[in-house]
Ligand binder design. Structure first.
Ligand code: FEO
Ligand code: CA
Ligand code: CA
Length: 647
């Protein structure tokens, strides 16, 4: 998402590090087989369909579908032999047991109370949690933000308390139960005892070192342990113990900071006036009156979808950030390692290593319940990428190095709340907007999309460096690393070896920095990234509405999804989305025969806000109702012969 007064976050004044030379590519290394085996066995043991649990665990699957071309039409295209079916669109009732099922209304006249019982807006990360293998399960998804021009009949005109409540209800997370019918079609199960909306008003507990901290205490919550809501939930992770991790990304847009934000607020990109009209009717978003409320967002939230009565928990030990999402690996001895990036210009990549081992279910507890506090204790690290192709994970631990009380870090709670300032103090590598991470289930290599940084290397910005090698990086790139000094270590290693998988671009462009290194089908602005069945790596893109089809993006069509064959390096286009949407979120059933993805904000305008008085919208997917509103929706993708997705 963007913002009219301050489009993309660029709040890091430290401009740390400036290595201009390109690193030699390190020799590719293979993790010890036991690492991958340990990870797979734990994933396999969990009652969940983590990426990579499909067929062909030993040998990497090769893509077998026919590549499709770019597309600029208002439609969704998949290769021959595949069928894509939209469902669970914004505004559909989710079927909360014992509650009404308010129907979708194309005029957006649903009330706030209705919206709280319906699928939210702007679908993003999602995961599938099996209830009955690959035939019935829970689909859990994020709703990143809203388009106020579509959410209300009169759009942005005149905010009211009711509008704020509806906007808050359209944010957050949806838990829906889904099942295949007798024809093999996926349907929402309604009502369902699991169906649940988490919104920007749902109470969330706080776990980890910031729980109860003085910087987390507010007039509404003197305990500092209970936050009303989660918001700007972007990407999602799935844990081996059956829970869902949701990243609170651009939380700064919800707060009004006034004319004189302090240094801490400035470092976190506080804007003068909130992008959404909430502060006038929900005073906690007025940071001039309640400055600590701002500190209560920017966390990874953990949810147990199998327990509809469970309270979501903000896991502060993982650090505060404009979290894109959170992704879990497992060490050989069974501890959890959570990788996370911060999607903002010149921000950082983090990993958290749990102190304790993952516990199995037993003694009357589910795995989720047995690991209730696993992510509250451990060590947080931040990444430094060196020019020689190696890297360091530097601990963000109070009392170590510069992270002392004298430097403004009185305790570990203050370190995690001020994770950006702590990382600045360690002199780590400012990145080109880290988005999704993905962990290769076969080799353990970690991949991260760096979506773009058009200002990299410009005056007042960090110079290029080995890891972020292009000035004016409009197209983005994908970086990868193997843990350990020689690239053969476990996930808790404090050294790593890195290289680039690909620099995105278009070889016909005049500007060398826009040409890229793609072998195969062209794309730009990689965002979503996930391993699917058989170890196939999937890439999703998020070019902005203000760029698509223009200038250096002229040949790249609408946003899309591609598969990367890591055996050859070939990238092949699998899906193109409707006009001005983003393609995001990827989940599979355990058998690998159904893939779920999300189409976010079809028809988004260059300002991120539609004008309800403007009859000609950029899109009215998926309903194609004349004059109707475009809707974010999940898309179910099946192979017509029932085969594994990607073959
Ligand atoms: Fe919500 Fe960085 O994408
Ligand atoms: Ca994203
Ligand atoms: Ca987007």
């Amino acid at each position: 998402m963007r913002h009219p007064e301050d489009n993309l976050e660029d709040s890091n004044p430290s401009r740390a590090r400036g290595l201009r030379e390109l690193a030699p590519l390190p020799r590719r290394t293979v993790l010890q087989a036991s690492v991958g085996a340990a990870m797979m066995s734990l994933f396999g043991a969990a009652a969940s369909g983590c990426a990579g649990t499909g067929p062909a665990r030993g040998a990497r699957m090769r893509p077998g579908f026919a590549a499709i071309g770019v597309d600029r039409a208002d439609r969704l295209v998949v290769p021959p032999g595949y069928t894509a079916t939209p469902f669970a669109a914004w505004g559909e009732p989710i079927g909360v047991a014992g509650a009404p099922m308010p129907p979708w209304r194309h005029d957006a006249s649903a009330s706030a109370a209705d919206q709280a019982l319906q699928v939210g807006m702007h679908h993003d990360g999602l995961h599938y949690f099996p209830l009955d293998g690959s035939r019935r399960g829970l689909l859990v998804m994020n709703h990143e933000y809203v388009d106020d021009g579509l959410l209300f009949p009169d759009g942005l005109a005149t905010w009211t308390a009711e509008k704020v409540r509806k906007s808050q209800a359209a944010h957050g997370i949806s838990v829906i139960e889904i099942a295949q019918d007798n024809q093999g079609q996926w349907q929402m199960v309604r009502p369902s005892r699991y169906a649940r909306r988490i919104t920007a008003a749902t109470h969330c507990a706080v776990g980890g070192p910031a729980a109860g901290h003085r910087l987390m205490q507010t007039a509404g919550d003197p305990s500092g342990r209970l936050v009303a809501g989660t918001l700007n939930n972007c990407a999602a992770g799935q844990t081996p113990w059956g829970t869902y991790l949701s990243g609170e990304e651009n939380f700064r847009f919800y707060f009004s900071g006034g004319d004189q934000p302090d240094a801490h607020q400035r470092r976190w990109g506080m804007v003068r006036t909130a992008f959404f009209g909430w502060p006038a009717f929900d005073e906690r978003f007025d940071a001039t009156k309640h400055p600590n409320e701002f500190n209560r967002f920017g966390w990874v939230v953990e949810l147990d979808p199998a327990d509809p009565a469970s309270t979501p928990v903000k896991r502060t030990a993982l650090g505060r950030a404009a979290h894109e999402g959170a992704w879990v690996a497992v060490t050989q001895d069974g501890r959890a390692v959570v990788y996370s990036g911060e999607d903002a210009r010149n921000e950082y990549i983090y990993k958290f290593v749990s102190r304790d081992r993952i516990r199995p279910a037993g003694h009357g507890l589910t795995a989720a319940q047995a690991n209730r506090e696993l992510l509250d204790h451990g060590t947080l690290y931040v990444a430094r990428f060196d020019a020689d192709g190696t890297g360091h994970w530097l601990p963000l631990v109070q009392g170590q190095g510069p992270l002392t009380a004298a430097n403004g870090f009185a305790d570990q709670g203050e370190v995690v709340i001020k994770a950006r300032q702590a990382s600045d103090a360690l002199g780590v590598t400012p990145m080109d907007r880290p988005e999704w991470l993905a962990i290769d289930p076969l080799r353990g290599t970690v991949f991260c999309t760096l979506t773009n940084h058009a200002e990299r290397g410009r005056p007042g910005q960090p110079p290029t460096d080995a890891a972020n090698p292009r000035q004016g990086n409009t197209h983005g790139h994908i970086i990868r690393w193997d843990e350990g000094e020689a690239g053969r270590g476990d996930f808790d290693a404090t050294r790593f070896r890195w290289s680039h998988l690909v620099l995105a671009g278009d070889p016909v462009q005049a500007r060398p920095e826009a040409r890229g290194t793609i072998q195969g089908d062209l794309f730009a602005c990689p965002d979503g990234l996930a391993f699917g069945p058989g170890g196939l790596l999937w890439i999703q893109t998020d070019m902005h509405a203000s760029q698509m089809g223009l200038g250096e993006f002229a040949n790249l069509g609408n946003n899309q999804m591609l598969a990367c064959d890591l055996t050859t390096g070939e990238i092949r286009r699998f899906l193109t989305g409707p006009r001005h949407c983003e393609i995001t979120g990827a989940a599979w059933t355990p058998d690998g025969r159904t893939m779920f993805i999300n189409v976010q904000h079809p028809g988004e305008t260059p300002s991120d806000r539609s004008d309800p008085a403007q009859p000609a919208r950029f899109s009215n997917w998926p309903d194609y109702q004349p004059g109707g509103r475009p809707r974010s929706a999940t898309v179910v993708i099946r192979k017509n012969d029932g085969g594994v997705i990607g073959t």
